[in-house]
Design a protein around this ligand. Structure first.
Ligand SMILES: [Zn+2]
Length: 109
């Protein structure tokens, strides 16, 4: 089983609140869902979508290029059996690999 962190801070994320290591964090069931969450976050901040996964910043016009939806987000796996978490599923999650995947890459316009 996998879950994906979208990189959107705290309450701006639409994901489900679960326990990652010791912290409560919101996460998504699929990378596509994490991508959609990040996209909505950018649009709420005034970014304009200019390509399938390219977004222009409100003032500078600098382009943020998001990772492909199928690769988006930081993958998580379930913690060892018996490790309880305080999130709504009562389970504890941990990073699939150290460092995780970068959510976004920024390129100058
Ligand atoms: Zn999210």
């Amino acid at each position: 089983m996998r879950r994906f962190l979208c990189g959107v801070p705290g309450d701006s994320c639409t994901g489900t609140l679960l326990t990652v290591n010791k912290d409560g964090q919101r996460m998504h069931a699929t990378p596509q869902e994490a991508f959609a969450c990040f996209k909505m976050y950018l649009i709420r901040r005034g970014y304009k979508q200019v390509g399938a996964r390219e977004f222009a910043a409100p003032e500078s016009g600098q382009i943020t290029l998001l990772t492909r939806p199928s690769k988006f987000g930081t993958p998580l796996r379930l913690g060892k059996q018996g490790e309880a978490g305080t999130g709504i599923d009562g389970k504890r999650w941990t990073y699939l690999r150290k460092g995780g995947a970068g959510c976004i890459a920024e390129v100058a316009s």
